[in-house]
Design a protein around this ligand. Structure first.
Ligand code: XMP
Length: 516
């Protein structure tokens, strides 16, 4: 892989994605990882990200200079550029003038990073410190009015650095600079494509599964559908999908999934109704992590129960099914604290929510991927567009959208409000524009209202429309007021338990997309 070393910037994630857009596989690692551990991953190249610190501050994150002698091509960006300059004997200091935002730069056309791009180009700067002298052996390849050393390279040692942020779209030729580093500087072919990922995964799944039967936990969403299609390509009829109706689905969802699959997937699906199991297990539970762990556990218990049925109905050889396919994605892993050096933000039901006594061996062919990459693979596999383009819906379903106890009654109220919001958003043609729009019932909160000349003391529902590229960060979507007004009026008219509709106008961070 190409390792993106995270110096605490919000940019590391974006850099990793841009590298993948150049058809090269990338992974993020924390700067605290020892250099030996990084090298043990046999990196094809290393990118040092930007970061909020100043390189000469006490306690500023740094990297073992051994990284520059390992023969691995390195690109330093912003803070990473300054760290590199300092480690190799250059000078870094406070220039007195800060550069923020769009800045004109002049680049050397014969350089590696800027080959094929205009000599004058707009770049995105964000720095207070600057490299004042390049280390020995380096050629300066770009400058701006305030920053004479804005980029450098030592082609012999395959070391490169950039003061600006090539990963943000405001840097006009940023993607070209990254691609030049990867393809020319580091000599990496752009071979990581949807097709190559499919081939690789199909071969790996066949080798692992042999002629055994496998089951796949299917939610009808993008991730599990693409995982199922991939495994189906690998082992065909040895796959049975289990669609668990946990009673936490939205209005009409079960029927829709069953219809979509019957029409377009050609994969055997068994639906199991486990509403009682989940609602019983959730009785009296209000704490979000507790809910997530219970739901994760009951999913596995449901799969265990279903596998007996599969063995009977399909006659799976051997009488027992060892393998469980899950559509786990990279963000699920990172947010559940499974990414290297990552904090546990919330336990996604299929990662941090798994029970300890898990008997299945997991097959997770999408574990290294972001959602848009999964969609590309789905399209390549011929998964119908209505499934591939579906908005995300969390495995724990409405269970994490009832704030308070998850009861049949609370679910009924939330389901009614959610159906109206979804209907209006679709009617307004906004489905493609928003990433998803959770509707959240604040079952623990009540407020006073007036309806039909009478006092009400009902619950609020929250609309949470968000826009996002990969769910790791998100912004709240600016929905048209008239659409919001229609949703609000219809919900309060049709759902007597709800007397207020409120809009969540928080980005992620600091909030998350779901409320729990
Ligand atoms: P958060 O709330 O962490 O959500 O910002 C990020 C994305 O993940 C979805 N989500 C989940 N999906 N199992 C899932 O399959 C889960 O436990 C889970 N929790 C959150 C959420 O809907 C959003 O798209």
């Amino acid at each position: 892989p190409v390792l993106v070393v995270d110096f605490g910037a919000q940019y590391a994630q974006l850099i990793a994605r841009r590298v993948r857009e150049a058809s090269v596989y990338s992974e993020i690692v924390p700067h605290t990882m020892p250099v030996e551990a990084m090298l043990a991953k046999r990196p094809a190249a290393i990118i040092l990200s930007g970061g909020p610190s100043s390189v000469y501050e006490e306690g500023a994150p740094s990297i073992d200079p051994a990284i520059f002698d390992a023969g691995v091509p390195v690109l330093g960006i912003c803070y990473g550029f300054q760290t590199m300059a300092r480690a190799l004997g250059g000078a870094v200091g406070r220039t007195g003038t800060r550069e923020y935002g769009r800045t004109p730069a002049t680049v050397a056309p014969e350089s590696c990073l800027f080959a094929g791009t205009p000599v004058e180009q707009a770049v995105w700067m964000s720095h207070g410190d600057a490299v004042q002298a390049a280390p020995d052996g380096f050629t300066v390849t770009a400058s701006t009015a305030e920053t004479p050393v804005a980029a450098f390279e030592d082609r012999g040692r395959r070391l490169f650095g950039l003061q600006w942020h090539p990963e943000v779209l405001h840097s006009e030729h940023g993607q070209a600079a990254l691609a030049n580093f990867l393809h020319v500087g580091a000599g990496l072919p752009g071979a990581w494509t949807a097709g190559s990922i499919i081939d690789e995964q199909v071969a790996a799944i066949r080798a692992r599964v042999g002629d055994a039967h496998v089951i796949c936990g299917l939610s009808g969403g993008v991730d599990s559908s693409v995982a199922a299609a991939l495994v189906h390509r690998a082992v065909g009829d040895q796959l049975t999908c289990i669609f668990v109706d946990h009673g936490l689905l939205r209005d009409g969802e079960r029927e829709q999934v069953e219809r979509d699959y019957a029409e377009g997937m050609g994969i055997r699906v068994i639906t199991v109704d486990e509403t009682d199991r989940f609602l019983t297990a959730l009785t009296g539970v209000t704490e979000p992590e507790a809910k997530r762990k219970i739901i994760g556990r009951e999913f596995i218990r449901s799969f265990e129960a279903a596998q007996r049925r599969v063995v009977e109905e399909v006659g799976a050889a051997g009488g027992e099914i060892r393998f469980l396919v899950q559509g786990t994605l990279y963000p699920d892993v990172v947010e559940s604290g499974g990414g290297e050096g990552a904090a546990n933000i919330k336990s996604h039901h299929n990662v941090g929510g798994l029970p300890e006594d898990l008997d299945f061996e997991l097959i997770e062919p999408l574990r290294a991927l972001f959602k848009d990459e999964v969609r590309a693979i789905g399209r390549e596999l011929g998964v119908p567009e209505k499934i591939v383009a579906r908005q995300p819906f969390p495995g724990p379903g409405l269970g994490i959208r009832v704030i308070g106890e998850v009861t049949a009654e609370n679910l009924r109220v939330l389901r009614a409000a959610d159906a109206i919001a979804r209907e209006e958003l679709s009617a307004a043609g906004l489905d493609g524009e928003i990433w998803q729009c959770p509707v959240v019932l604040l079952a623990d909160v009540r407020s006073v209202g007036v309806q039909g000349d009478g006092r009400t003391y009902g619950h609020p529902v929250v609309l949470r429309p968000v826009s996002s590229e990969d769910a790791m960060t998100a912004d709240w979507t600016r929905l048209p007021y008239d659409v919001l007004a229609r949703i609000s009026t219809r919900i309060t008219n049709a759902v007597p338990e709800v007397n207020r509709v409120v809009l969540d106008v928080t980005s992620k961070p600091p909030a998350t997309i779901e409320w729990e």
